[in-house]
Design a protein around this ligand. Structure first.
Ligand code: ATP
Length: 235
């Protein structure tokens, strides 16, 4: 069953065309990664799906339903959570308050508590630091908080934009381990990474994006072994 179908989308920032007809699919239960260099259009692709960037042409289907240019809060309510590049947590709010912001539409204290406990099973550190200001957490902890906040909506599709950015290798390992666990719990993952080697090692399938176009696709293993990919992204 196809969770996400992106059909030939074109997205512009003013006169700059960032996406020049991007197409790909994500099947239920998959981890799919989108790899590519700086400025290739990875973030814009995620923004186009979640409603943070306006799509000029093409269509995006989610569980068969047309969601092209729906607003970000609508796609979130439909089960798509987007963890943006750079984490964007609320620096002056505590860990707990940040998590509560993630559950903006969830009604009922008990349900919210239960979801928070569920987040803590993946990220025990967040429980220990519940009352610490988000901005004083380490880079890895902030990434955990950003993912935890997204999990508060119990997403069906979790989109992660460069979760490994700026983190020490051991912390990257932990984050990727958690992404695998989330996937095993049934969450479909769309992962954008510059860290192609790590991303391909956990992905079922991947797509290479270059100058706003998909230029290559294959299983994680196929792409990791592809000579062009090795040369351009795994050097
Ligand atoms: P990075 O990893 O560096 O974020 P990316 O693959 O995610 O790269 P995008 O951020 O999607 O790339 O950018 C795609 C293109 O769109 C680039 O040429 C970029 O300069 C341009 N772009 C992105 N955001 C904006 C913006 N707000 N205004 C104008 N141009 C933008």
């Amino acid at each position: 069953m196809t969770v996400l179908e992106v059909n030939n989308i074109e997205t512009y920032y003013g006169a700059i065309q960032a996406l020049k007809g991007v197409s790909f699919q994500v099947e239920r239960g998959e981890i799919v990664t989108l790899i590519g260099s700086n400025g290739a259009g990875k973030s814009t692709t995620l923004k186009s799906i979640s409603g943070l960037a306006k799509v000029k042409k093409g269509a995006i289907l989610y569980n068969g339903q047309d969601i092209t240019n729906k607003q970000a809060h609508e796609t979130t309510l439909m089960g798509i959570s987007h963890v943006p590049e750079g984490r964007r947590i609320f620096a002056n709010l505590t860990v707990k308050e940040n998590l509560l912001m993630g559950a903006f539409s969830v009604k009922g204290k008990a349900v919210i508590e239960e979801r928070m406990e569920n987040v803590f099973t993946y990220f025990p550190r967040l429980k220990e630091r519940m009352n610490q200001k988000g901005g004083t957490m380490s880079g890895g902890e902030q990434q955990m908080l950003a993912i935890g906040r997204a999990l508060m909506m119990q997403p069906n599709l979790l989109m992660l934009d460069e979760p490994s950015m700026g983190l020490a290798p051991i912390v990257v390992e932990q984050i990727f381990e958690i992404i695998l666990q989330l996937n095993e719990m049934g969450i479909t993952i769309l992962l954008v990474e510059q860290n192609a080697y790590q991303a391909l090692s956990i992905a079922h399938r991947g797509y290479v994006i270059q100058n706003g176009e998909i230029v290559l696709t294959g299983t994680g293993k196929e792409l990791a072994e592809n000579e062009e990919v090795k040369e351009a992204y795994l050097a």
